[in-house]
Each structure stands twice: as C-alpha cells, then as structure tokens.
Design a protein around this ligand. Structure first.
Ligand code: DOR
Length: 430
C-alpha cells in the first residue's frame, strides 16, 4: 500500500523519547518520516500540506486495554468499528482483551482478530492466560505469542489460582511479555455493585472494598518477584493498589500499571441516582482514592492511561443498576478527558501525558518505538488541544453508546492520525 506524502507544518511536536517539545515541521515521504526541522519549505510536488499551527503532534497514541467484542458480540463492537472509534479518539494502536465469545485462548482466534484489521488502527490481540478464562488449565500462550498476541490476561476476571498465575508468569519469561492482571479477589468483591463505604450503605447497594483489588495486586507483585516474570496491573482504582505498585517498584519487581480516565475524573458520586452508566469493574471509588491514583500517575508509579473501552448494548446496559453489565466505552473520550482533567488541571505535563498514552504502553507491549524516527514509517497523532466539544454518544463511531460522560464539555480533539505511513481522518475518510 502506498504511503502518504505529507508535510505537517508548525505543530507543537511532543516526542518525549527524543526530548522534543517545540514547534517543528514534519515531512513524510512515501509513508516514512523524512525530516523534522524548525522549518521545511518547498516539499516535492504531490505532497499534501497540513497547517498544524496551534495543534499538537505526538507519536501515535496507544490504548493498551480495550474490548472489541469480536468474535461473539459484533452487535456491540467489531474490530472494524472499534478501529474507527480508536482513530476518532486519536489512537493508532490498541490491544484488545480476550474475553470474547469464544474466548481468545488459542491461535485461531488471535489470527482471526488480527485478520479483521482495517488499517485505521493497529489491533494487537491479548491472549487468555487460562483456557476459557477458567480456573483449571493454562491456555496455549506460546502458540498465541507466535501468532501475534502481545500480552496475556483473563481481564474481566482474575486468575483466581495463585499457582496458575505463578506458572503463567514463569512461562512467559521465555517471551518477555507481561501478564495483565485484573486484580479482584472474588470472595471479597462477591456480589458487590459499587465502592464499599457510606454511600453504598445509603444507596442500599452492596459494596466492593478497595482490598478486593489491593490484596490481589499484592499477590501478583509477589509472584512476579518470585518468578522474575512481568506483571502489569490493569485499571488501578484505589490508593492501596497505588501503594502496592509503588513499593514493589522500589524493591525492583518487574511491575507496571495502568489506570483509566474514569478513575481520574469521577468518583463513586457518579453512581448517585442509580446511574447504570457509572457501573464499572473495579468500581468508581472515593475522592481520596481518585487523588491517590492521580498522584500515582504524576510520580510515575502508574505508567499508562488506558480506556478499558467496554462496549455494551443499550438493551443490556440501560436497565436497573444491579442488572447492568460493568463498563463504559472510552476510546473517543479518553484523550479529551485526560487533556482537560490532567493536563489543563496541571497534574501532568503534556509530555508526561504522551508518555502515559503513547510511549509507555508501546514499551510495555513492545509495539512500535513510541517516537518519531527519521527513516521509520510515520505513526503519529495530530490533535487540537483547544477544540472544545460536548460528549454526544449518538455521534460515536463505536457501535455502543454507554458512557457516563454524555453532556460533559471537554477540550482536545483528534484531527488526524497517521498509521503505518497512511493518513486516517476521524470519521473514516482516508
Ligand atoms: O467494567 C468492566 N468491563 N471491567 C472489566 O474488567 C471487563 C469489562 C467488560 O468486558 O465489559
């Protein structure tokens, strides 16, 4: 496929790995980055010129935790619709979780997911740790790795057996890929519906304590230390887990972690009124937890921000709170939520945000280099930090509309992405 010829002029280029944050022109020839300089004039004929004054240009954003529901729930999302949502949100790569129907626990499904890619966004499957996400037997992770799985996880459920988790971490050392741990002690979360605390009592809903997450995170960093394997803690929601990761990093354990925009922006108060859109697993927590998570991002304890994009059909989601499935879509709101509530709120610098949303997820999954190298295929995101817009789920590219952010006004919107040397415009025009 022919790569693009493009001159991106006068954008604020933020490329943390190259220590670059300033106004530059970027010349792309036949899909490869040819030159980055303060000023590039007179490009070859046939080169499209984009005036990027006032826009931000970064290495392609990567969302390392999404659910694309294919195979099995193509009514909620497909690799194709999820890729459109990703492009609209400014992402050039995603890693998709294996809790599909059937579960992505073998080479065939890994290959199927990869074969559905459209070129709008690179889609990297995560394979299951255990067969059918069960508690009995490890899945054929080696085969899946060789077919393109970038990590392994039972996300949506924990790996309940500590021994299976130990064996998975041990085995995956051979490939140097992480287990992405959905930390949840099922005996503690039981049939909980929201964060445990006074609000849950007031609403008459059974709570899930922070310890349900933190004890499992502690188990898994211990098992990473025991085996020398790599563990990545998914969707950190509470102060105790931040502390578990912080201390494990200090001890030199091979642990990384992510949180999601909703744990940085919302608290359990979003549930008031039995708002089913705010039901998510792990649950939205207290204000003290929200602050601890944000602090963990700022001090480097939490490496990445991932959306945990979890599409659900309106028939299933828009029901009584206790009946609604957990999760919210996030690909199309993630960048704007983070720009507005983390960068404009002065919690993270723009460069730190690029580390959390592009550089670190790629390093953890070893997908692309998260930088702009001369001679390499262009993979970048261009967004308008000043674009103010109001979240309207009806306008999503995703097939699903389940978001608690409807009606919220945010700053920051993707203008275009370049994926593997090809221009992708949000909305599908290529
Ligand atoms: O809220 C969630 N939804 N949390 C998960 O871990 C899984 C996800 C889903 O698959 O819907």
């Amino acid at each position: 496929m022919q790569g693009c010829n493009l001159l991106v002029k006068g954008g604020r280029v933020i490329d943390p790995l190259n220590g670059r944050d300033g106004v530059f022109d970027i010349l792309i020839a036949d899909g490869d980055i040819k030159q980055i300089a303060p000023r590039i004039d007179n490009p070859a004929s046939g080169t499209d010129v984009i005036d990027a004054a006032g826009l931000v240009v970064t290495p392609g954003l990567c969302d390392m935790h999404v659910h694309l529901r294919e195979p099995g729930r193509e009514d909620e999302e497909t690799v194709e619709s999820g890729s459109r949502a990703a492009a609209a949100g400014g992402f050039t790569a995603v890693a998709c979780m294996p809790n599909t129907q059937p579960v992505c626990d073998n080479q065939g499904i890994v290959r199927l997911v990869k074969s559905r890619q459209t070129g709008r966004c690179a889609v990297h499957p995560v394979g299951a740790v255990t067969k059918n996400l069960g508690d009995e037997e490890l899945a054929e992770m080696g085969d899946m790795r060789l077919s393109g799985a970038v990590a392994f996880s039972n996300d949506g459920r924990p790996v309940a057996s500590a021994n299976l988790m130990r064996r998975a971490l041990d085995y995956l050392r051979m490939f140097d890929v992480p287990v992405i741990s959905h930390c949840e002690d099922l005996a503690l979360s039981a049939d909980g519906l929201m964060n445990e605390g006074p609000l849950a009592t007031r609403l008459g809903l059974r709570g899930i304590p922070n310890a349900a997450e933190a004890v499992m995170a502690y188990r898994d960093v211990q098992l990473a230390a025991l085996t020398g394997g790599r563990v990545h803690i998914a969707h950190v929601s509470c102060a105790e887990t931040v502390e578990v990761v912080r201390q494990a990093k200090q001890r030199g354990t091979r642990v990384t972690a992510e949180t999601c925009p909703h744990y940085c922006v919302l608290t359990e108060d979003a549930v008031i009124g039995y708002k089913e859109m705010a039901r998510v697993n792990p649950p939205l927590r207290s204000e003290a937890d929200r602050r601890a998570v944000v602090e963990g991002l700022a001090d480097g304890t939490i490496d990445c921000i991932a959306s945990d994009h979890a599409p659900h059909s309106s028939e299933e989601k828009e029901v009584e709170f206790d009946q609604a499935p957990c999760g919210m879509v996030g690909l199309e709101t993630s960048l704007a939520l983070c720009w507005t509530h983390l960068v404009l709120a002065k919690v993270l610098t723009p460069s730190q945000l690029v580390e959390k949303m592009a550089v670190n997820p790629r390093a953890i999954l070893k997908i692309g280099n998260g930088t702009m190298e001369i001679g390499q295929p262009a993979d970048l995101t261009v967004f308008d930090p000043a674009a103010s817009w109001t979240v309207d789920p009806a306008a999503f590219q995703s097939k699903s509309r389940n978001t608690p952010f409807a009606g919220m006004t945010l700053s920051g919107r993707a203008v275009l992405t370049v994926v593997g040397g090809r221009v992708v415009r949000p909305g599908g025009r290529e």
